[in-house]
Design a protein around this ligand. Structure first.
Ligand SMILES: Nc1ncnc2c1ncn2[C@@H]1O[C@H](COP(=O)(O)OP(=O)(O)OP(=O)(O)O)[C@@H](O)[C@H]1O
Ligand SMILES: O=P(O)(O)OC[C@H]1O[C@H](OP(=O)(O)OP(=O)(O)O)[C@H](O)[C@@H]1O
Ligand SMILES: O=C(O)c1cccnc1
Length: 485
């Protein structure tokens, strides 16, 4: 699905630096990594999403005549540079972790190897897209985890931070596990299920509740979900819904799918009462949908309370990732290519977590052969080769005495970064969103429950290969020595 040209969707400093590189004739090939430092919402993992939109963005990169005129009007850019921009397009390589993959802090989710002018320009849009969709996909996977396999519908468009957040947030929510969305444009654009019930206004627009229910049931016999809380859930909504279901049954017109939606009050209490009423009236297969400011914690609590809810509509807290509104992905220079060699670069910080991992790298996921669960991830130099038959020693890069020895044949390896662009040409086709969703479910199955739990999850180790560890420390030593001189 293509989009409009987003070439100017960048921070001004990318363009001023780009002009600087142009003037200095320093357009060497560099390596930039996208990675993040903390999982959102206290999660034990994240779900990577947004790659399809990154690909569209890169494919459509070009400065239109009107963009050049606008840049000229800013009075900062010289004619030779503006002339260069006229012929600009992406010529580099991109590697990325596929959408729907479970990922962990510090590992590169995407790697750009390109002339520095190109690699610099695309920083902002790549982060914008990946940060947003990974945030919402991660949140959705948590909400769906709390729902324990029961369907979760994404209902947030009206409260998303603008149309783009609604459209791409709903896409990411489906990747993370939602069964569909109320957002019709997202459903059309990405071929995902458009789902929904009806609003209180439908009930209020009729003389009485039962007429509203009858009319709705007649219009939508394939899926009749009636919102029962407009006036009085237990004394009006439920008896009226049951009356309509009974009429349909008597007429031999029972809907394929039917049920009620609760949108206020004590959802645990009301759902249990509603379940009892429906069962006693002979409708044990009626679905009870709940909505109303839900999130993963509330759904988890409702489960603990024994709520009889079996379908969930989640809006505001999901589409805005309300408890954690930003995914902190960053874009850092890791190497500069001189001839055929990558010269590693490192960014220092007082905070050891903020010291970057240098060089041209890749990630291997290590699975336990017996269980298929993730044992650890290993960030290594791109040139390193591992063989599953050989023993593997991995160690925690922050606490190097924490070592694990894996016996040859006891583990399997998967390289997570796959080629997306090669020499400016796209070499990857994005799967459709429902297939990404199915892949994401399989990915989540590779995590132990201890990592999936909502609060204080167990961390998955992301280790550095010995070569990378040694490189990092030798660079740190050189810089420290230079700093002391
Ligand atoms: N059993 C429950 N346990 C914990 N929280 C609940 C339970 N039932 C409902 N809630 C949550 O309590 C909050 C307030 O619910 P309440 O019914 O008072 O307001 P409301 O649903 O917005 O109703 P109204 O729309 O009539 O104002 C909502 O976020 C709802 O999800
Ligand atoms: O609570 P959320 O998780 O954000 O889920 C979406 C909410 O949006 C609707 O309410 P709204 O009051 O906007 O419309 P309504 O008149 O249909 O209830 C719906 O009834 C849900 O309560
Ligand atoms: O279809 C619904 O029930 C719905 C859609 C959007 C927001 N709230 C509810």
């Amino acid at each position: 699905m293509g989009r409009e040209n987003l070439t100017l969707l960048t921070d001004f400093y990318e363009l001023t630096m780009m002009q600087g590189y142009y003037k200095n004739k320093t357009n060497e090939t560099v390596v930039f990594d996208v990675f993040y430092r903390n999982n959102p919402s206290g999660s034990g993992y994240s779900i990577c999403a947004g790659l399809e939109q990154v690909i569209d963005y890169i494919k459509n990169l070009c400065f239109m005549e009107e963009d050049i005129s606008y840049l000229r009007s800013l009075g900062m850019f010289e004619e030779d540079f503006l002339e260069y921009l006229k012929g600009f397009h992406f010529t580099g390589d991109i590697y990325a972790v596929e959408e729907g993959t479970v990922v962990f802090p510090m590992e590169p989710l995407l790697k750009v190897i390109a002339p520095i002018m190109e690699a610099q320009l695309i920083e902002t849009a790549i982060l914008n897209i990946i940060n947003h969709q990974s945030l919402i996909a991660t949140k959705a996977s948590r909400v769906c985890y709390a729902a324990k396999g029961e369907p979760v519908m994404e209902f947030g468009l009206r409260r998303a931070q603008g149309p783009d957040a609604g459209i791409y947030g709903a896409r990411a929510a489906v990747i993370g596990g939602c069964v569909g969305t109320s957002n019709v444009l997202t459903a059309k654009m990405f071929d995902v299920p458009a789902l929904g019930t009806h609003a209180h206004s439908w009930i209020m627009s009729f003389e009485d509740e039962i007429t509203a229910f009858r009319e709705y049931a007649q219009l939508y016999p394939q899926n009749t979900t009636l919102l029962v809380d407009t006036y009085d859930t237990l004394r009006s909504g439920m008896p009226n819904a049951i009356k309509v279901f009974s009429e349909l049954k008597e007429a031999g017109k029972m809907p394929l799918k039917y049920g009620i939606r609760l949108d206020s009050g004590d959802l645990a209490y009301l759902s249990k009462k509603a379940r009892k009423m429906l069962n006693e009236a002979g409708f044990p297969d009626a679905v009870i949908v709940a909505s109303s400011d839900l999130d993963e914690y509330l759904i988890d609590s409702l489960k603990t309370q024994g709520a009889a809810i079996n379908s969930w509509g989640v809006g505001t807290n999901l589409i805005t990732s309300k408890d954690c509104p930003a995914f902190g992905g960053v874009y850092k220079l890791a190497a500069i290519k001189k001839g055929n060699e990558f010269i590693p670069k490192i960014k220092l910080s007082e905070n050891q977590w903020k010291i970057t991992n240098p060089g041209n790298k890749t990630i291997y996921r290590i699975y336990d052969k017996e269980t298929g669960k993730i044992k650890a991830d290993l960030i290594s130099m791109a040139y390193e080769v591992y063989k599953e038959e050989y023993p593997l020693k991995i160690f925690d890069p922050m606490a190097t005495w924490k070592k694990t020895y894996l016996k040859g044949g006891s583990y399997t390896l998967r390289e997570l970064l796959v080629p997306i662009f090669a020499g400016g040409k796209c070499v990857y086709e994005s799967p459709n969103v429902m297939d990404i969703r199915a892949y994401c479910q399989r990915e989540l199955d590779t995590l132990w429950d201890e990592t999936r739990r909502l609060v204080n999850p167990h961390d998955v180790y992301v280790d550095l290969s010995n070569d990378l560890y040694q490189l990092k420390h030798s660079l740190l030593d050189t810089i420290n020595v230079a700093g002391n001189n």
